[in-house]
Design a protein around this ligand. Sequence first.
Ligand code: CA
Length: 541
Amino acid sequence: MKRLLSVLLALLMLVLCLPASVAEDVPTLTLWVPDNPNVSDWHDNEQTKHIEEVLGIHLEFVKMPNDSKEYQSKIDLAMFGGGEDLPDIIITNFSLSLVQLQLYAEAGFVVDITDYVKESTPQLDANLADLNANPLSKEEYIAYLTSPDGKIYAMGQAGTSVNNSVSEGRSVVYGEWRDAYLEYAGLDELTTIEQFKDMLIYFRDNDMNGNGDASDEIPMLSYKDYFMKCLYRQLMNPFVYSQEHYFYNDDGTVVLSVTTDGFVEGVKFIKSLFDEGLIPTLSITQDQTQFKAICTAEPNTVGVLGNYSSSIFPSSDPRRAGYFPLGALEGPTGLRQCAQTPNIPGARFVVTSKCEDVELAIKLGDLLSSREMSIWSRYGMEGVNWVRLTGADVGLSEYSSLGYTGDFNMINDIWGNPQNTNWAEIGPTVKDGSDFGSRLLFKTGTGKYSHTAAIGANIINEVRFANKENSMFGLVFTAEEQEIIAEYQSAIESYIEESFTKFVTGKMDIDTDFDAFVAELENMGMNEYLAAVQSCWDRMH
Ligand SMILES: [Ca+2]
C-alpha cells in the first residue's frame, strides 16, 4: 500500500510537473534566418541562449537559403503568395531594398515599425551615441532606413569601417621616399597639391631606390579599376568636391562636379602631371595584375600608388607596411577635403504581419542592435573569444592616429568558421570603424608588415578633412527615380571617365573642348538624371 502510494505520489508529481514547464507560457518568436555554414546550429547557440534568457522568450528558427538571391525569392514568394508561410520576423545576411519593403507593406505583409524605431529602442540609441570614428546619429539611422513613403519597415546593420569609408578616394605614398623629400624640401608634412607635385618631380629626378639609375623611378602609378577612384578623387578634391557618381550637394542643389570651374582647374593640374612624366598613361589602361607586378618588383620603383592600400605586397614584404595615405591635400584656393562614406545601415530585420507581439519583436531587434550583442555577433564572447587588455599588454592599434590603443585581443577567433557561439553578424548590428575590430592588437613582428596599421597611422589626415556638407550618400530612390538612374547613370559615368582620360592625355583640350563636353552630357540626359537625384534628395532632406 505504501509502495502504491509512493508510485501514485510520484505519478501525481510528474503530472503536476509536466504542465508546469509547458504552462510557463514562454512567448515564442519565429525567425527566418539564412542557412549560413558558419552558424552550425541556431538553437544550440550561445548567443541565442543569452537572448532567450535576457528577454524571457523562446526563438524558433526556419532556415532559408544562404544565397541572397535565393533567399530574396523565398521572401518574394511568401509576400506575394498570401503571406501564409511567413514567420514573425525575417533577418537577413544582405540588405533588403527599402522600395521593395514598401511594396510588401502595401500588400499587407510587413509591419510599419516607424514609431517603435523612433521611440522604443533604448539599446540601439545608447549604442549609436557611443560610435566614434565614423559615427551614425539616430536621425541618420532613421533617414537611411526610411522607405520613399516616409515609413520605416526595417531595423538595420551598420558597420562601415573607418578605413573603408575613405579608402576609395585615397592614394598611398611610400614613407621612405616621402620622408626623403620632406627633408630635402625642409617640410614637416605634405600639405599642398603643389608640394605633392614637387615631391613627384623629386621622385622622378633622383635615384630614390639607390640602384645607381636615376631614371627607373615611377613617381605615381595606378590601374584602370581604381584610376577614377583612388587617383582621380585624391587629386581632384583639392579643386572640387569629388565622391562616387561625381555629384554633390551645393546648398540643396544637386550639381555634377565635372561641369564646374573646379573640374577644369583640376584637369589642368592633373594633365601637368602626365605632361611631365610623373604619371605614366599605363595608369589608365593596365589591369591590377600588371600594376601589382610593377609595384612589387625589386628594387622599389613606385613612389605613390593610385590604390586604396599597399595590400598588393605579400605580408612577408616590409613594403606592405611602408605606404601611407597622402591625406587630403590643399588646393590653390585653400580647399582641403575628402569624401567619407557615412556608416549607412542596411535593412536586415523585418517584422511581418504574422507577428502578434510587435513590441516584443522590436525588443529583440533592439537587443540585437546593442553594443554588447553587436560585438558578440561579430567577435564572440568576452573571455572566451576575446579579452580586454590593460597595462603593459596594451599594444599598437590599427587606428593609432585617431588616438586609439590596442586594448583588445582575439584569443579564439571564430569568424568565418563553423561555430555555435554567435550569429555571425546576421541581422541588425551596429558598429563603427573605431570599434573593437579596428582596435586589434598588432604584436611586434606581425604589425610590422600590416598595411592597415600603416593606413591607420595617417588616416587622421583623411577623416579630419571629410566634407559632410557637400556629400551625398545613402540615397533611397523610388522605383520611378531608379528607372531614370538606371537609364542614364552608367552611360554618363563612362563618358566622364573617357573624356577625363582624353583631357589629361591631350587627346581633348580642356580649354577648347570643355563646352562640347558639357553639351554632350546634356545630350546624354544629364538634366533628367540630375532631376531624379534632386527629387530623391529633396524628399530625404
Ligand atoms: Ca633608381
